[in-house]
Write a protein that binds this ligand. Structure first.
Ligand code: ZN
Length: 377
């Protein structure tokens, strides 16, 4: 604990030296409280819905005929998520984000208010987005969604190699390509993705049931499980093993969007928000985490607008636009950020490390610098 604090403070002068906006207590920095970080990524979730809620035009579009009762689905989504104003609509869609995080944390990416968040990889699709976010580097060698071992180490792997974090890192995801993104063969910590049963710890009744559901539920997407499976598996792991750094990758938002089903995309976003609340309330009930855990939430890329909302990629330049949210004891309660400098996904790796008192950016200079805006209290 003391060693971690020392490491954080020794990193502070370099960090603060870059920060022209720092006007606080340079001689006596506020006590650093974060000991644990939970990162939740919501695949391809657009900033447009995060800040404005459900889109009026898209709510009118019938979903794919392959889904039963598309008109009824659209009507139900209208009832659940349509409200008179954008503020009410976003509250209806993501109530935890717009109550707790907006009141106690920070949310970047509302371009209407002068806040820009984006990926820098130029490709605007999943593997490059996750890799940029988790390694801090937009590496041109990472240019496909193939399930190949990441040539770069993630900040998760980098921290797991340090004594204070060894055995205290884990990653769970709906998409089986997280095995490649985290480089499971090399990284040295548990990575559980897709439909694979989780057997790295002794089975609890809940894990046993989750593993059975992974084997038995219908597989709409061969490479991606429904979000409840990785989420609840991660929760069981958190309760049993109490990791200091935990990743949860949710994928349904992207899959439903690609299939053109706006109601299911909204439902997936709403479920993801409920998972943020569940995990936040869970950690606040545990002495290992209460008051010393930071939650980071973001997507891996954006999507197009209008008819292009279903897609993303190099040919849809606006799909580089993202958003990001932070909630924890070292992040000032500045809420929805306005008129603030741009932030990029490549800064997340160093920000995770800085929150934990480690200087990843110095060790990996190609990585983005930490986001100082969320490190001041
Ligand atoms: Zn994606």
């Amino acid at each position: 604990m003391e060693i971690r604090k020392m490491a954080f403070f020794s990193a502070l002068p370099a960090v603060l030296g870059l920060c022209c906006g720092w006007t606080g207590h340079a001689q006596t920095p506020a006590a650093h409280k974060t000991e644990n970080v939970i990162v939740v990524m919501i695949d391809g979730m657009r900033w447009q819905e995060v800040f404005g809620g459900a889109d009026a035009e898209l709510l009118k579009t019938p979903g794919p005929e392959a889904l039963d009762a598309p008109k009824e689905r659209a009507a139900h989504a209208q009832q659940l998520y349509w409200r008179a104003s954008p503020a009410e609509r976003r509250q209806a869609l993501m109530p935890f984000l717009w109550s707790t995080v907006a009141a106690e944390g920070q949310i970047f990416g509302n371009r209407a208010l002068g806040s820009d968040s984006h990926v820098t990889n130029g490709l605007n699709f999943s593997y490059p987005g996750y890799s940029e976010t988790l390694t801090g580097i937009a590496d041109p060698r990472v240019h496909s969604n193939d399930n190949l071992p990441n040539p770069n180490a993630t900040v998760f792997e980098w921290l797991n190699a340090r004594p204070a974090f060894a055995g205290k890192v884990a990653a769970f995801g709906a998409w089986d390509v997280f095995n490649g993104i985290f480089n499971r063969e090399r990284c040295g910590f548990p990575v559980n993705a897709g439909y694979e049963p989780f057997t790295a710890i002794p089975a609890t009744p809940e894990l046993k049931l989750l593993n059975e559901l992974k084997a038995q539920t219908v597989r709409i997407w061969p490479d991606e499980a429904f979000d409840p499976l990785p989420f609840h598996t991660a929760v069981e792991y958190l309760k049993a093993s109490k990791p200091r750094l935990l990743f949860i990758g949710l994928g349904e938002t992207d899959d439903w969007a690609h299939s053109g089903s706006y109601p299911e995309y909204l439902n997936a976003a709403h479920l993801g928000d409920s998972y943020l609340r569940q995990i936040w309330e869970l950690v606040q009930s545990m002495p290992e985490y209460r008051g010393k855990t930071t939650l980071i939430v973001l997507p891996d890329h954006g999507r197009g607008e209008g008819a292009d909302w279903t897609s993303h990629g190099e040919k849809i330049p606006k799909s580089k636009e993202t958003w990001m949210a932070f909630l924890g004891p070292d992040t000032a309660a500045l809420g929805e950020r306005k008129q603030v400098g741009p932030v990029t996904e490549s800064q997340i790796a160093a920000t995770i490390a800085a929150l934990l008192g480690e200087d990843y950016h110095a060790a990996v200079p190609k990585s983005g610098a930490p986001i100082l805006e969320v490190l001041r209290k």
